[in-house]
Write a protein that binds this ligand. Structure first.
Ligand code: TMP
Length: 237
């Protein structure tokens, strides 16, 4: 692996920082141990979370890549850093759901854990100021976020990713309840970008249904630390 020199900071998000490199098409994506966002309550700082996010994302992007789904991931550079392609990001959070949980349970008044007869795909407009509102195709079109053709391709890839991830997690005794993907354009081609970690996915233990990884209720930092580590081990060892 050739040494990659870190250039200027291009972007800082809740969970990651992007740096330029000498190569205009490549960026360094560095994962943080604790999220930073405006108005956050004291964030849960988990030792080595950034390193686990890096390892989990690399493993899952690699899995998608081997199954024909293009992603921005190129290689792991260090504990918390990976080399990625520079994408023109599409401002959508694309969520695929296999079971009812989270905002879907609230919106439709359904019991958490109800299996869905078919996976459900939703998009949310990426806007921190607006709290990532739910949008449909007409909103996406009217806001000029993605073309009709891109939306069709995004859906096809997101469902295909679900079909690849479900058995991968099942083999590791993890139920993939739902997950979020972000997409970007690269030379006119759609690619999965951002990260694929417990911070953007809901994982439950297959037999006990215990929540694994991120604790969305923020009630127990110690439990979150233990189950994040557990997910990391099941995926990466
Ligand atoms: P939700 O039930 O809160 O709508 O979340 C569904 C899944 O998508 C869950 O695994 C978390 C993930 N997600 C994010 O990570 N970021 C987001 O902005 C959204 C809307 C969902």
């Amino acid at each position: 692996m050739a040494a990659v020199r870190r250039g200027r900071k291009l972007f800082e998000g809740k969970w990651k920082i992007l740096f330029e490199t000498e190569h205009p098409d490549r960026l360094i994506q560095r994962f943080k141990d604790a999220p930073t966002f405006a108005g956050a309550r004291a964030p849960v700082k988990l030792a080595r979370r950034g390193a686990m996010k890096n390892g989990i994302s690399a493993a899952l992007f690699g899995l998608l890549h081997r199954n024909g789904i293009p992603t921005h991931f190129l290689e792991v550079l260090s504990d918390r850093e990976m080399l990625v392609r520079r994408l023109e990001m599409i401002r959508l959070e694309v969520v695929v759901r296999n079971l009812v949980a989270g905002s879907l349970a609230k919106r439709l008044g359904m019991e958490v854990g109800t299996p869905l007869a078919a996976p459900v795909l939703e998009h949310y407009y990426k806007s921190d100021a607006l709290g990532d509102p739910f949008v449909n195709d007409f909103h996406v079109n009217a806001l000029g976020l993605a073309s009709g053709e891109e939306l069709k391709a995004i859906r096809e890839v997101a469902f295909r990713a679900n079909g690849i991830l479900l058995p991968f997690f099942a083999e590791r005794e993890i139920l993939l309840v739902d997950f979020k993907l972000e997409f970007g354009r690269h030379d006119g081609r759609l690619m999965v970008g951002d990260e694929l970690t417990p911070d953007g996915c809901r994982f439950w233990d297959r037999s006990t249904r215990e929540r694994l990884g991120k604790d969305r209720t923020r009630r127990s930092p110690a439990r979150e630390a233990a189950t994040y580590q557990e997910v990391f081990q099941r995926i990466c060892s």
